[in-house]
Design a protein around this ligand. Structure first.
Ligand code: ADE
Ligand code: ZN
Length: 355
């Protein structure tokens, strides 16, 4: 377990710390592959597939990314998916993301994919899975990037739809490491998906769920108790419940926090007032992630550097803890994790070590 030195005033110059953060090996544990669809690629695919877009150009589309809450984002996110039609489209989407992640020194990524946002448009697993898997294979071969896919079900749809989605995924199970839960959180509590998560447990899948992004702390508790999740995606609203905070710290439940997402979806007012330092100081196993980087203005290194620039309380020991947590909390094989952790410790050697 990593401990955080508090107070965390690093003696090192800020520029050096940001450079260390950027070049450090790290894991990305909360990224939606459909959320990496950059406006330029939306336009390219729209042209390739003859899909009409209600925006004049890339800049006009970017201007529309002014969100007021989660739902206002999801409406555009699902609309953006409409340009993804062929196996090649899914390959191009994922390969572009993997190259971008490798530039941020990501060594392991566990991306979500949302089958229902494609099957509802008549695009089946036989179309998107080969494209995604070929991109992942190329990322492993050419970039040394390890990929573990998490199938995520949409919580605004009925649980039966999620169960059918899991059934349709059966031929691809060798390539899927976990089940996730995303989309509109309010009024769609974790317990609505108890059966599909029980089925995932039978299948030996890892389980994670978005909880405590817009939803109350009880959604975090129920994701743990009813769905049996091993990580909480977001979880920032857990801070409103001291008992829950104590439990998350005691059980070292990883939280995949996404600072730029939280600002852009108005979960927090700005990065300077993000509660990540409080979560970390309370002993929680926090990680930093990008969520939907094409929509929220930054990939994982942007999240890290902008957060550290905005929060003077964050120094070298917090950087070390956050990035080490990301590798420790991944679902990769122990042998891979040991290798990455050794590389990680070599990178941070002599900097400032946790006690
Ligand atoms: N789907 C994609 N991004 C999401 C987020 N931040 N919250 C819930 N569902 C999502
Ligand atoms: Zn998310």
């Amino acid at each position: 377990m990593t401990q955080v030195i508090a107070p965390a005033q690093a003696a090192m110059p800020h520029a050096l710390l940001l450079d260390l953060l950027e070049r450090s090996p790290k894991a990305e544990l909360h990224v939606h592959i459909e959320g990496t669809l950059e406006p330029e690629l939306i336009f390219l695919l729209a042209q390739r597939n003859g899909v009409a877009l209600p925006y004049l150009d890339v800049e006009a589309l970017r201007r529309a990314y002014a969100f007021t809450d989660l739902q206002s984002f999801l409406d555009l996110y699902y609309a953006g998916c409409a340009v993804l039609r062929t196996e090649q489209d899914f390959f191009d989407l994922a390969w572009a993301y993997f190259q971008r992640a490798a530039r941020d020194h990501v060594v392991r990524v566990e991306p979500f994919f949302d089958p229902q946002s494609h099957t509802a448009r008549g695009i089946g697993f036989e179309v998107f899975m080969p494209g995604l898997l070929q991109a992942a294979q190329r990322a492993q071969d050419e970039l040394g990037l390890s990929v573990g896919w998490i199938l995520s079900v949409l919580r605004h749809l009925p649980e039966d739809d999620a169960l059918q989605t899991l059934d349709a995924a059966m031929p691809w199970m060798d390539h899927i490491i976990g089940l996730g839960l995303d989309s509109s959180e309010r009024s769609n509590p974790p317990e609505k998906f108890a059966r599909v998560f029980a089925r995932a447990a039978q299948l030996g899948l890892h389980r994670v769920a978005h909880a405590g992004e817009e939803g109350p702390p009880d959604y975090v508790r129920n994701a743990l108790d009813v769905l049996g999740v091993e990580r909480i995606d977001h979880g920032v609203r857990a801070a409103e419940d001291p008992q829950l905070m104590q439990r998350l710290a005691r059980e070292q439940v990883p939280l995949t926090v996404c600072p730029l997402s939280n600002v852009r979806l108005c979960v927090v007012p700005d990065l300077a007032r993000h509660n990540l330092p409080q979560l970390l100081a309370a002993g929680l196993k926090v990680t930093v992630n990008a969520d939907d980087p094409a929509y929220f203005g930054g990939y994982v290194n942007d999240n890290l550097t902008q957060l550290f620039a905005a929060q003077p309380a964050l120094g070298a020991s917090q950087a070390y803890a956050l990035l080490r947590n990301s590798l420790e909390a991944s679902f990769a094989a122990d042998a891979d994790k040991s290798l990455w952790l050794a590389q990680f410790d070599a990178h941070w050697q002599g900097v400032e070590r946790p006690q």
